[in-house]
Design a binder for this molecule. Structure first.
Ligand code: SF4
Length: 200
């Protein structure tokens, strides 16, 4: 078994890489373009890390502004491990953010926001587009109707979690950043413009 990068730092944040599985197959994703590299980190996983391995990769949550679940996979696909890890981080006084595709309720077939709200301080949801056509072109969802599911999740999230942001990547063909921002206003969440290939 080779050494895996389960946690990595960027700026003042610690990032956790708990899965490489996704519900989406984003055309812009480095892993679908032959790379698992983020900054100087190789995020390729050769096995699914267990809770002990993930916790062992976190030195001291208080050293960081926040601990962010974000790798080349969707963290809510490992909901139990995500919640147990987040509970550990909170018990050590850390702040937790989850970067998500916003499809957890669709995948788990229930509203998981009450569970997330127990240990998660902030959610960053990848809205990625102002409409379904542009979303489907770039994100290539495996589940039909995913864009509406992301909208529904984003609208519901602030009822459970105070700090909710939705993001879109500037520079992707057809993505209208101003229209994404307007959509977020209607959904009642903050908007953050992201830059292609920059993690955060
Ligand atoms: S959700 Fe993230 S990790 Fe998954 S395919 Fe899209 S960009 Fe890549």
């Amino acid at each position: 078994m080779t050494e895996q990068t389960l946690s990595y730092t960027i700026g003042d944040s610690l990032y956790l890489n708990i899965t490489d599985r996704c519900t989406l197959r984003c055309a812009f994703c480095p892993k679908f373009n032959g790379s698992h590299q983020v900054h100087d980190y190789d995020l390729a996983l050769d096995h699914r890390p267990n809770l002990d391995e993930i916790i062992a990769s976190i030195d001291d949550p208080c050293r960081y502004e926040q601990v962010v679940f974000c790798g080349f996979g969707e963290p809510t696909l490992r909901l139990k491990i995500l919640l147990e890890t987040a509970r550990y981080i909170k018990s050590r006084g850390g702040r937790v953010r989850v970067n998500t595709d916003g499809l957890a309720n669709r995948v788990h077939k229930r509203n998981v926001l009450p569970e997330l709200s127990r240990y998660i301080d902030a959610l960053s949801i990848s809205l990625n587009a102002q409409n379904e056509t542009v979303y489907d072109r770039h994100c290539r969802p495996q589940l039909k109707g995913s864009y509406q599911d992301v909208l529904d999740f984003t609208a519901l999230a602030p009822r459970y979690i105070n700090d909710v942001t939705a993001t879109a990547i500037d520079g992707l063909d057809g993505v209208d950043i101003a229209a994404c921002e307007q959509r977020c206003e209607r959904l009642g969440v903050r908007f953050r413009r992201r830059v292609l290939n920059r993690v955060g």
